[in-house]
Design a protein around this ligand. Structure first.
Ligand SMILES: Cc1cc2nc3c(=O)[nH]c(=O)nc-3n(C[C@H](O)[C@H](O)[C@H](O)COP(=O)(O)OP(=O)(O)OC[C@H]3O[C@@H](n4cnc5c(N)ncnc54)[C@H](O)[C@@H]3O)c2cc1C
Length: 203
């Protein structure tokens, strides 16, 4: 909607499923843009029931990380104010991003998006490492490394969460054996599986 209105900064969000609160919490991004670039302020509710407005200058974001992930007393992000600029090319840029997504990702298949974060300072993406390890198409039960984009693991229809967790473990192990790179998850685990496999996320 923003890019249709000629506003730039959130073009990347087209095609990413989620809410405004989830985008701020995860610092969602793609194509060189991220949520943090355009956040002006965030309204939160604490577990004590207090409303607070936090300003961008006081919020320190990183690659797929936000200060909200470390806030012990956060109940919910209630609203986000974005600061966007006018641009004639916003919609064209967004359509290019959407087309790139359609041609390079398993759009329409069941996935959680990118499984692993891109390793920092290696100049190679998690997907390229998995691909170069020859793991496209590898399966555990109904869970499979996508043949279209190796950092997307798809549910072919009958995958259990255990299949998916085992596939994630297997891919981590194979990439480590082949390249000595320890992949770290971008996805977050939900109880009870956080006891089964340590997410081991970077901050
Ligand atoms: C097909 C596909 C493609 C994707 N592509 C991308 C991509 O290109 N780039 C990218 O960054 N991500 C991508 N993702 C991941 C995901 O869509 C984003 O991380 C999105 O921002 C998550 O938003 P959500 O509202 O669904 O949050 P959820 O996934 O429901 O939650 C994520 C975390 O945010 C917290 N949270 C959510 N809402 C709030 C709130 N209001 N207040 C406090 N905490 C909250 C949750 O507790 C949880 O810890 C993709 C996912 C899929 C399935």
């Amino acid at each position: 909607m923003c890019s249709i209105k000629g506003l730039t900064g959130l073009e990347f969000a087209g095609g990413i499923p989620g809410t405004v609160g989830g985008a701020a919490y995860m610092n969602a991004g793609a194509n060189g843009q991220e949520t943090a670039d355009v956040v002006d302020s965030v309204e939160i509710v604490t577990t004590e029931g207090q409303c607070q407005t936090l300003h961008r200058v006081d919020l320190s974001f990183g690659y797929r990380s936000s200060p909200f992930q470390d806030m012990q007393d956060l109940a919910a992000i209630a609203a986000v104010t974005f600061r966007l600029r006018h641009s004639e090319s916003a919609r064209r840029k967004q359509l290019e991003y959407l087309e790139r997504r359609r041609s390079s990702q398993p759009v329409g298949e069941k996935s959680a998006g990118s499984v692993f974060r891109n390793p920092s300072n290696l100049g190679v993406s998690a997907g390229e490492l998995i691909d170069r390890a020859g793991l496209k198409g590898v399966r555990v039960g109904g869970a499979m490394v996508s043949n279209i984009h190796a950092n997307f693991f798809v549910n072919s229809g009958e995958s259990t969460s255990r299949d998916m967790l085992q596939l994630i473990s297997l891919v981590k192990e194979m990439v480590y054996q082949k390249f000595g790179v320890q992949l770290k998850e971008e996805v977050l685990y939900v109880y009870p599986h956080c006891n089964y496999l340590n997410p081991n996320r970077d901050k």
